[in-house]
Design a protein around this ligand. Structure first.
Ligand SMILES: Cc1cc2nc3c(=O)[nH]c(=O)nc-3n(C[C@H](O)[C@H](O)[C@H](O)COP(=O)(O)O)c2cc1C
Length: 343
C-alpha cells in the first residue's frame, strides 16, 4: 500500500520524492520556508555571508548580540579549538543598538528580504528594555531573541539566565515594550533549565531558544596558561548536541512555548533530531564557522536528501500528526511521553 506524505510517496520499498517537499514551519505567526536559523554570533549581520550564497534561502537568521552601547569585546585570544567543537569568549562585540538600527538594518534590507531575528543583550534589566525599545518599529525585525545566557561578559548576560527571578524580571521588562514576539534565550549552565524556562513563561515570553554555550576552558600545555585570555569561554559545536537535545526535550515537556532548538547542530539529521526533541525551528551556530556553507548544505539536503526527507516530511505532514511521532524510534524509546507539534 502506498502512503502519500507531503512530497513523498512511500511504499514497502521505501519513499520516493514526487514533488518539491514542503519544509515550512510556523514560528510565532511567521512562516519560515524551512526551520534552519543561523544562530546569533555565528552569522554577523548577514553581510559576512551574502557573497557566499543567497541567504534568502534561510528560514531566517539571528543577528549578532546587540547591546545598548557599542562593545569592543574581550581581549584576544578569544577562540580555542576543541575536538568536535570550539570555545569562544568574544564578549558581545557589536556596534551598539543605534548603529544596528540606523546602519546595519538598512544595509541588510538590500540583500535579506525576510524578517530577521534581533538578538539583544544587556547588563541591567533597564538596558535590555531600552535596547528592545530602540529596535521597535523596525519592519525588518520579526522576533526579539533576548540573550540572558552569555557566559562571556561580567555582571550581565548569564547572570540573568541562571536565576529564575531575574529571568522573569527581564522577560517582563522586555515584554512591556516589545512590538514583536519575545523569545528568551536560555543558558545551559544551570542545574535545572526547566526552572528558568518556567520563569520566562511566567514573565510572558512568547517563545524560548536554547541552548547558549556551555562554560568551558582549555589550557595551553606549553605556557601552562588558559588558551583564552578571558580564561573561560562558551563551548559549542557538534560535541554539545546530546546536551542540547536533552535540554530541549526537558523544556518542551515543561512549558507550553515554541522552542528554537540549538547546540551542536551541523546536519539535516541533527535538525530532525532537534525537532523530534520538541523544537519548532533549529539554530545552527559553530557549524557556520567551520564551514560557511553549512546552513546552505543543511537546507539543500532537506530538499533533496531522500532518506532524511522521508522522516522530515513525515514530521511536517500536518494532516498526519499521530503517525508522525509513533513512527519515530526516538519517540518510541521515550515510552508514554506525549509529544505535541506546533501547527
Ligand atoms: C563565536 C560565537 C559567538 C556567539 N555570540 C552570541 C551572541 O552574540 N548572542 C547569543 O545569544 N548567542 C551567541 N552565541 C551562541 C550561539 O548562538 C549558540 O547558542 C551556541 O553557540 C550553541 O550552538 P552551536 O553549538 O551550534 O554553536 C555565540 C556562539 C559563538 C560560537
Amino acid at each position: 500500500m502506498e502512503i502519500v506524505k507531503g512530497g513523498m510517496v512511500c511504499g514497502p520499498e521505501g519513499c520516493v520524492l514526487k514533488t518539491e517537499p514542503d519544509t515550512s514551519v510556523d514560528l510565532l505567526g511567521i512562516e519560515l520556508d524551512n526551520p534552519v536559523i543561523p544562530a546569533s554570533g555565528t552569522f554577523g549581520f548577514g553581510k559576512e555571508f551574502k557573497d557566499l550564497y543567497d541567504i534568502n534561502i534561510l528560514g531566517t537568521f539571528s543577528f549578532k548580540g546587540t547591546t545598548l552601547e557599542p562593545r569592543f569585546g574581550n581581549p584576544t585570544p578569544r577562540i580555542a579549538e576543541t575536538p568536535n567543537g570550539m570555545i569562544n569568549a568574544v564578549g558581545l562585540q557589536n556596534p551598539g543598538v543605534i548603529a544596528v538600527r540606523d546602519r546595519e538594518l538598512p544595509e541588510m534590507k538590500e540583500f535579506f528580504h525576510k524578517p530577521v531575528m534581533a538578538n539583544v543583550s544587556g547588563f541591567a534589566v533597564d538596558e535590555y528594555q531600552k535596547t528592545v525599545e530602540l529596535l521597535c518599529g523596525q519592519d525588518q525585525i520579526g522576533w526579539f531573541e533576548v540573550n540572558i545566557s552569555c557566559p562571556n561578559v561580567h555582571g550581565g548576560g548569564m547572570a540573568f539566565g541562571t536565576d529564575p527571578a531575574m529571568a522573569q524580571k527581564v522577560t517582563e521588562a522586555v515584554k512591556k515594550v516589545a512590538d514583536k514576539p519575545v523569545i528568551m534565550k536560555l543558558s545551559p549552565n544551570v542545574t535545572d533549565i526547566t526552572e528558568i524556562a518556567k520563569a520566562c513563561e511566567a514573565g510572558g515570553a512568547d517563545g524560548l531558544s536554547l541552548i547558549n554555550t556551555l562554560l568551558g576552558m582549555r589550557i595551553d600545555l606549553k605556557t601552562k596558561k588558559p588558551v583564552i585570555a578571558n580564561t573561560m569561554g562558551g563551548f559549542s559545536g557538534s560535541a554539545i548536541l546530546p546536551v542540547a537535545l536533552r535540554m530541549v526535550y526537558q523544556v518542551y515537556n515543561t512549558v507550553n512555548l515554541p522552542i528554537i532548538g540549538m547546540g551542536g547542530v551541523s546536519s539535516a539529521k541533527d535538525v530532525i533530531e532537534m525537532m523530534l526533541a520538541g523544537a519548532t525551528a533549529v539554530g545552527v551556530g559553530a557549524a557556520n564557522l567551520t564551514d560557511p556553507f553549512a546552513s546552505k548544505k543543511i537546507i539543500g539536503f532537506m530538499a533533496t536528501g531522500r532518506q532524511n526527507m522521508c522522516v522530515f516530511q513525515a514530521l511536517l505532514d500536518r494532516s498526519d500528526s499521530s503517525e508522525r511521532f509513533t513512527e519515530s524510534s526516538a519517540v518510541r524509546a521515550t515510552g508514554s511521553v506525549s509529544l505535541r507539534w506546533a501547527s
